[in-house]
Design a protein around this ligand. Structure first.
Ligand SMILES: Cc1cc2nc3c(=O)[nH]c(=O)nc-3n(C[C@H](O)[C@H](O)[C@H](O)COP(=O)(O)OP(=O)(O)OC[C@H]3O[C@@H](n4cnc5c(N)ncnc54)[C@H](O)[C@@H]3O)c2cc1C
Length: 191
């Protein structure tokens, strides 16, 4: 038995029209970070996140000249059966690692164990994943690693989850952490 998540404050940063910093990648709903929520979710905001932002995104796309996304060349290499089995195992272990160490109650030691376990799992993807399932599993693993990285940085946390090792509030953490590929992590103060 495990606690179920009522809401997940997604971390994909978007503007008010669902655009991310990657051309052609849009997000709305739970996955998006629009700035509507603070450290915790405001009740019944799914209507806003899903319907209002969803409609804004759809309407703005109608005005855009969309070109088909470029497709990266996928090289399958020698995808042996044991590699496919290892990929499947990643998904199973990923859920256990995240549920156990990066769930509602967190602490530094557990998050560090989670980071080490995820880094070990990442070795499965040191070759080019080529099938859709493999790519999805690799993306899940990457997102989990980023989540753990951010959770380790945010020593003071309250809302949907909390740090058992730092129960007292620390106003120094009234800021966001922005992680982007190829850039240094950036701290953005909450206005
Ligand atoms: C028990 C419960 C009660 C709730 N009550 C309320 C409430 O009273 N009021 C309120 O405002 N909110 C409520 N919520 C929250 C609300 O239901 C959600 O925030 C909302 O449904 C999220 O919508 P979404 O479209 O962002 O995500 P989802 O509804 O989770 O949609 C994501 C979709 O993506 C699909 N998907 C996932 N991975 C892939 C992939 N790799 N490829 C293709 N598709 C994929 C999934 O199958 C799913 O269909 C409740 C949630 C729960 C669990």
């Amino acid at each position: 038995m495990a606690p179920a998540a009522h809401y997940f404050m997604g971390g994909v940063r978007t503007d008010l029209y669902g655009r991310t910093s990657l051309p052609g990648l849009y997000a709305c709903g739970e996955v998006a970070c629009t700035g509507v929520h603070g450290a915790n979710r405001l009740a019944s905001n799914s209507l806003l996140e899903g319907l209002v932002f969803g409609a804004r995104l759809a309407a703005s796309l109608l005005d855009e000249q969309l070109s088909p996304p470029s497709r990266p060349d996928l090289w399958c290499g020698d995808l042996r059966e044991e590699r496919a089995a290892a990929e499947a195992l990643v998904e199973e272990r990923l859920a256990a690692v995240m549920g156990w160490w990066a769930g509602l109650v967190r602490e530094a030691a557990g998050l560090e164990q989670a980071a080490a376990a995820l880094d070990e799992l990442w070795q499965v993807f040191e070759y080019a994943a080529c099938r859709r399932r493999g790519l999805e599993r690799r993306n899940l693993l990457l997102l989990a690693r980023l989540l753990v990285e951010a959770a380790l940085w945010r020593r003071e946390s309250r809302g949907a989850h909390y740090r058992a090792d730092l129960p007292a509030p620390d106003i120094g953490y009234r800021k966001h952490l922005l992680l982007a590929r190829g850039r240094e992590p950036r701290e953005i103060p909450v206005e």
